[in-house]
Design a protein around this ligand. Structure first.
Ligand SMILES: C[S@@+](CC[C@H](N)C(=O)[O-])C[C@H]1O[C@@H](n2cnc3c(N)ncnc32)[C@H](O)[C@@H]1O
Length: 394
């Protein structure tokens, strides 16, 4: 595989190529609109909010160019599972890993989709047969009757880990709908769903907006969102989505002995970027619903770039072990510390030390004119999203 094959499929204008030396490694920056960041291009099945998730077009770009059906695609920091769901839709085998068990809860059910009718029946059964007790005060988020419904579902699901695809789907959906900032969420108006605020902060939001939680119908909200997620699925998609072609792990990304050596064709991933996102704080309510003790999970939140690099060096040794000869890793690097730190300066030498060959740094941007502007483009400004990906080969 040569880089030309990857970059020639750009959309519209010619790719800008800039030779660059990163700490002794000669490579190139490739700049273009390789994948479009226009909204709603990808399958609705991806539309579950998660902090720092990437758009499905990013993994799709690499999966379609670097692998074929039946190959194994991996994401060591899977999050909501954008790489995993896209790879499955494209008929690839998938290996998913994330140290937070929430990742599997949000991702695996979309590979084994139940019917709307079965979801409706199960919800009716749960809501009329179960009840739960609130172990914390959540009255600032929910109307008492909505909370009663959430607690019934939480109590029912407590003993139903991996029981069937209907339970798993309901668990994913309620987890996703717990808090948010529109009518489609179970809570009163709050921050977006991937950032649950503390009860104290919610009390302040309620005071400021002069609001009290109104009744939200859990059944209706779950069914409506289920229909939205399934809306664009074709028969081919349903045939491709398969749990039997997938493995879900809950390990530290540097230590994944369950994955066979030389077995993965392509990894597409975005790591936790230093301590930019506080996954523990953002996910506390989702973890509560799922009886996950977030304090017992060692989610990486490393604020020092040298310690972060030491950790990523271990991850790359592991990625090298599991990658097939000729296989690839597409690793997103973000700008951190107010753009003063470019993580490719750290990750490229790490990947090369682990044994990989660096094919380039691929910069996806819709609005570039000169390289100097690339570093100034803000994510999501003007509806665009600039991603920087290090592409390496074993
Ligand atoms: C940037 S997010 C990935 C988002 C993903 N690309 C998506 O589209 O949803 C990084 C993920 O790394 C996970 N994580 C943090 N430390 C980890 C570790 N040591 N090993 C495995 N996963 C980890 C976090 O739980 C989080 O889900």
């Amino acid at each position: 595989m040569i880089i030309d094959d990857v970059i020639k499929f750009n959309i519209g204008q010619e790719t800008q190529v800039e030779p660059i030396n990163i700490k002794g490694v000669d490579t190139c920056l490739y700049i273009n609109e390789f994948w479009t960041s226009r909204q709603r291009m990808s399958n609705n099945l991806h539309e579950l909010a998660y902090r720092a998730c990437f758009k499905a077009e990013l993994p799709k770009f690499f999966i379609t160019r670097l692998t074929k059906e039946g190959d194994t695609i991996y994401d060591p920091f899977a999050g909501r599972g954008t790489t995993i769901v896209e790879a499955a839709l494209l008929g690839r085998r998938v290996v998913s890993n994330d140290i937070n068990p929430l990742s599997k809860i949000l991702c695996a059910p979309r590979l084994d989709i139940p019917t709307i009718e079965d979801i409706e029946k199960r919800l009716e059964y749960i809501l009329s047969n179960y009840s739960g007790v609130a172990d914390i005060d959540l009255s600032m988020f929910y109307h008492k009757d909505t909370l009663k419904e959430i607690l019934s579902i939480r109590e029912y699901l407590k003993t139903k880990i991996d029981s069937d695809n209907v339970d798993n789907w309901i668990r994913m959906l309620v987890t996703n709908r717990l808090t948010g900032h529109s009518a489609g969420f179970l809570s009163v108006y709050s921050l977006p769903p991937n950032q649950a605020v503390t009860p104290e902060r919610q009390i302040k939001i309620n005071e400021k907006l002069n609001q009290t939680p109104n009744y939200k119908n859990t059944f209706d909200i779950v069914i409506k969102k289920s229909k939205q997620l399934m809306a664009k699925l074709t028969e081919v998609d349903y045939n491709n989505l398969s749990l039997s072609n997938s493995v879900f792990l809950t390990e530290d990304a540097a230590n994944t002995s369950e994955i066979e050596s030389n077995s993965v064709s392509l990894t597409v991933t975005s790591p936790p970027f230093l301590s930019v996102v506080d996954y523990k704080a953002d996910n506390w309510l989702r973890c509560w619903f799922n009886h996950i003790d977030i304090d017992k999970i060692n989610i990486s939140s490393i604020s020092n770039v040298n310690s972060w690099s030491d950790y990523m060096a271990k991850v790359f040794v592991e990625l090298y072990r599991i990658t097939k000869s000729g296989g690839h890793v597409a690793f997103e690097v973000g700008e951190v510390d107010n753009k003063k730190i470019k993580l490719e300066d750290y990750v490229v030498p790490i990947a090369v030390d682990a044994g990989f060959k660096c094919l380039g740094v691929i910069i996806n941007s819709q609005t570039f004119t000169k390289t100097s502007n690339i570093w100034g483009i803000k994510n999501n400004s003007k509806g665009t999203n600039t991603n920087r990906i290090i592409l390496v080969e074993k």
